[in-house]
Design a protein around this ligand. Structure first.
Ligand SMILES: [Zn+2]
Length: 390
C-alpha cells in the first residue's frame, strides 16, 4: 500500500493575559534582535550572492554570536534558514518581475522555532519557548476542538508570529504518515468535475452539485479592481487597495473550496468510496480549454488550487486522489462511447443517437470520469505494470 507523509499547520493564539509585563517585553526584545539578525544575514547573502543556509551559517555564525551573546544559538541557526528562504523567494520573484527593490527587507514579525527552541505539551496545549540567557517561558495557548486532531500527529517546527495588532500566534507544523488505498477497478470511486460556478461530483449511482459561484465572485472583484485602477490616484494607495481586495477575494474562494472538498470527502466516506477521480488538466492545452480569453487561464489557475486542497484533505482521511485524462469527457456517451449531441429538450441535456441515452451534461462528465478511471485500471492490469506511479 502506498504510504505518504502529510504536514498540517495548527495555529494557536497565545494567551498573554497572565504573562507579566517584563516577560512580554522580553518577547518583544527577542523579535527585535531576531529581526536585526535576519536583516544582517540578508545583507550578507545579497552582497555575496549566497542562498545556502549552511554557507550563511559558516560565514556569519561566530560574528553574530559575539554581537548577540545572550540569544540562544539555535535562533541563529533558524535565522540562517529563514534568510535563505526569504532570499530565494525574493530572487524567484525578481526573475518573474514580481517585486521591486534591491534586496528584501525582513519586517521581523516571525521567529522560526526548531525543536531546541520550543517545547509543546499537547495534553494541555502549553508551549515553552527559550528566551535570552537560556530561560524558558511557559505560554498558554488558546485552543478549540479544531486542535484535537493534531494531538496524535508528530510535532515539527513552529513559527512565532507577532501580529500588527499585538496578538501573538504560535503556528506549529504537525505531520502524519498515512496509508493510502490501492488503486483497483473494483474500488468505489467519486468523480469530481469542476465548472466555473459549481462543482459536480458522483459516480454511476448518484450525482450531486455544489454551488461555488466562483465565476460570479471573480467578476465582482474584477470590476472592483478596475474601479480602483481608474478612480484612485496615488500609486501606493492603489497598490495597497488592490492587494487588499485580491487577498479578500482569494480568502473567500478558498473558504468555498474547503467547504466543497469537505462535502465531497464526507460523501465519499459515507458511501465507502476510497478513490476520488478528478480531471488532469495537464493533458489539456490552451486550445482545448477554449481560453483565448483570460477567463480560461484564471479558471485553470484556481482549479489547480482546488485540486491541491481536495487532494490534501482527502489524504488526511485516507482517500486517494487520481487524475485521469479529461479529453472528450463531456462529448461522448458514457455507455456506448458514441458522440453526443445537444438534446432538443433542454440546453444542458445531451443525447446519444445510438443508444438513446439522454442526460444532463454534468452527469455525463461524472460518469465518463468514473469510466475512464476503470479503463485505466484495466489497462494497467492487462499490461502488468503498476498503476500510476505514486
Ligand atoms: Zn450511447
Amino acid at each position: 500500500m502506498p504510504v505518504e507523509e502529510i504536514t498540517l499547520t495548527a495555529k494557536f493564539k497565545v494567551d498573554l493575559v497572565d504573562v507579566d509585563e517584563a516577560m512580554i517585553s522580553e518577547i518583544y526584545r527577542l523579535f527585535e534582535e531576531y529581526r536585526w539578525i535576519v536583516n544582517e544575514l540578508i545583507e550578507y547573502a545579497h552582497s555575496h550572492g549566497i542562498t545556502s543556509p549552511r554557507r550563511l551559517w559558516y560565514a556569519k555564525y561566530h560574528e553574530l554570536r559575539q554581537k548577540y551573546p545572550t540569544i540562544p544559538s539555535h535562533y541563529i541557526h533558524t535565522a540562517c534558514r529563514l534568510t535563505s528562504s526569504i532570499y530565494r523567494c525574493f530572487l524567484h520573484k525578481k526573475r518573474l518581475r514580481m517585486c521591486e527593490g534591491e534586496r528584501p527587507i525582513f519586517k521581523g514579525r516571525t521567529i522560526w522555532l526548531d525543536d531546541k527552541l520550543f517545547k509543546l505539551d499537547s495534553e494541555n496545549w502549553k508551549a515553552s519557548i527559550i528566551l535570552h540567557g537560556r530561560r524558558w517561558i511557559a505560554l498558554r495557548l488558546f485552543h478549540g476542538r479544531y486542535h484535537d486532531k493534531f494531538r496524535d500527529m508528530e510535532l515539527g517546527e513552529a513559527r512565532l508570529v507577532l501580529r500588527e495588532d499585538g496578538d501573538l500566534y504560535l503556528n506549529v507544523a504537525f505531520s502524519r504518515t498515512v496509508t493510502l488505498p490501492e488503486m483497483s477497478a473494483d474500488a468505489r470511486v467519486i468523480a469530481v468535475d469542476v465548472n466555473e460556478n459549481f462543482i459536480v461530483y458522483g459516480n454511476n449511482d448518484f450525482v450531486e452539485r455544489f454551488e461555488t459561484n466562483e465565476g460570479i465572485i471573480r467578476t465582482r472583484y474584477f470590476l472592483k479592481r478596475r474601479r480602483i485602477r481608474s478612480k484612485i490616484r496615488g500609486r501606493e494607495l492603489q497598490r495597497r487597495l488592490l492587494e487588499k481586495y485580491r487577498g479578500r477575494e482569494w480568502r473567500r474562494i478558498r473558504e468555498i473550496y474547503y467547504k466543497a472538498a469537505k462535502r465531497i470527502i464526507s460523501r465519499a466516506l459515507e458511501i465507502g468510496a476510497t478513490i476520488i477521480v478528478i480531471e488532469d488538466l495537464k493533458h489539456l492545452n490552451e486550445e482545448d480549454m477554449g481560453s483565448k480569453e483570460l477567463n480560461g487561464r484564471l479558471h485553470r489557475w484556481s482549479y489547480r488550487r482546488f485540486q491541491r486542497i481536495l487532494e490534501y484533505q482527502a489524504k488526511l482521511y485516507g482517500l486517494s486522489v487520481r487524475y485521469v485524462d479529461p479529453a472528450y469527457t463531456s462529448s461522448i456517451c458514457p455507455i456506448c462511447g458514441d458522440e453526443l449531441n445537444p438534446s432538443q429538450n433542454g440546453h444542458r441535456l445531451m443525447r446519444c443517437l445510438r443508444c438513446g441515452l439522454e442526460e444532463d451534461r454534468d452527469v455525463i462528465a461524472v460518469r465518463n470520469l468514473t469510466r475512464r478511471y476503470c479503463e485505466e485500471c484495466m489497462k494497467a492490469k492487462a499490461s502488468h505494470r503498476p498503476l500510476f506511479d505514486v
